[in-house]
Design a protein around this ligand. Structure first.
Ligand SMILES: [Zn+2]
Length: 250
C-alpha cells in the first residue's frame, strides 16, 4: 500500500495496481472505490495511517462496479455499516443485474507477454477466492447533484468503460476522480505513465469513453486522480486531449 497526499483533504492510496481515495473533512471520511477483495487489509490500514477508523467513513462512492474497485467494501462494512453510492445506471451493475467485466478467457489471452502474465498472476492473487460479488443495497444517485458528504462530491456521468461509469468531482479541491474513464498508467498499457484510456479489453465502448471525456473536459478541475496510475496536475482540457489523442493501448 502506498499513500500519496494530493492536498489537505485528498489522499490517494495504491493497492494491487489500483487506487482508492480518502477524502476527509475533520474526522469524517468519504471513501471513493475500495480496491480488490484482497486489498481489504490495506484499505483498513490506509484509514489507520491517516488517523481515522472505519466508523469515520460516511459513505463509499463507486466509480464503477468492477472487482478491483469494490472488492474491499464487504470488509469495511463488516466493521461499520456504511452506505455505498454510485450513478443510477452503475447501481444496476453493482447489483449484478448485468455484468460488464473482463472474462476469464480475455484474461488468459493476456498471457502472451511477460507483462501480461505478471498482471494475470497479480490479479488472481488479489481476487481469489472472491471472484464474484454484488452489492444488493447500493444507492443510485443522479448525475450533477452534489452530495452532503466530506468533499461535497458531485457525480459525473462518464459512460464507456462501463455503461454507468461515474467520475466524482471534488469542487473545493479542483480534483476530478476519474476512475477508469481516464487513467495515467496500467500494467497492460504500453504508453508508460501519462494520461490515457485503458486498453480496450477492459472497456465496453471506447468511442463512448472519448465522447464522455470530451463532455466533461470543461469541469473546474486542475488535478486528475485516476483509478490506475499516479495523480496528474494540469488543465483538465489538456489532460483529456492528451488521453484521447494517444494511440490505442492494445
Ligand atoms: Zn479498474
Amino acid at each position: 500500500m502506498q499513500l500519496t497526499r494530493v492536498d489537505d483533504r485528498v489522499q490517494v492510496v495504491t493497492g494491487t495496481n489500483v487506487n482508492w481515495i480518502l477524502v476527509t473533512d475533520g474526522e469524517a471520511v468519504t471513501l471513493v472505490d475500495a480496491g480488490y477483495p484482497n486489498d481489504a487489509k490495506a484499505l483498513l490500514a490506509s484509514l489507520d495511517a491517516i488517523g481515522r477508523r472505519p466508523g469515520d467513513v460516511q459513505a463509499v462512492l463507486l466509480t464503477h462496479a468492477h472487482l478491483d474497485h469494490m472488492g474491499g467494501i464487504p470488509a469495511l462494512r463488516a466493521r461499520h455499516d456504511v452506505p455505498v453510492l454510485t450513478g443510477e445506471e452503475e447501481a444496476r451493475h453493482a447489483r449484478r443485474e448485468y455484468v460488464e467485466q473482463i472474462t476469464p478467457l480475455e484474461m488468459l489471452a493476456q498471457c502472451g507477454t511477460r507483462a501480461g502474465r505478471r498482471w494475470v498472476r497479480q490479479t488472481l492473487a488479489a481476487v481469489l477466492p472472491k471472484a464474484s460479488m454484488s452489492i444488493a443495497d447500493v444507492t443510485g444517485v443522479p448525475a450533477g447533484v452534489p452530495l452532503d458528504l466530506p468533499g461535497g462530491p458531485v457525480p459525473v456521468a462518464t459512460p464507456g468503460h462501463t455503461r454507468g461509469h461515474t467520475a466524482w468531482l471534488l469542487p473545493s479541491s479542483g480534483v476530478l476522480l476519474t476512475g477508469d474513464a481516464l487513467v495515467t498508467a496500467h500494467p497492460l498499457s504500453r504508453l508508460g505513465t501519462r494520461p490515457q484510456l485503458l486498453p480496450d479489453v477492459f472497456n465496453e465502448d471506447r468511442a463512448e469513453m472519448v465522447a464522455s471525456l470530451e463532455a466533461v473536459a470543461h469541469l473546474p478541475a486542475d488535478t486528475v486522480v485516476p483509478g490506475h496510475g499516479p495523480h496528474h496536475r494540469g488543465s483538465l482540457a489538456s489532460i483529456v486531449a492528451e488521453a484521447v489523442a494517444g494511440p490505442a493501448g492494445d
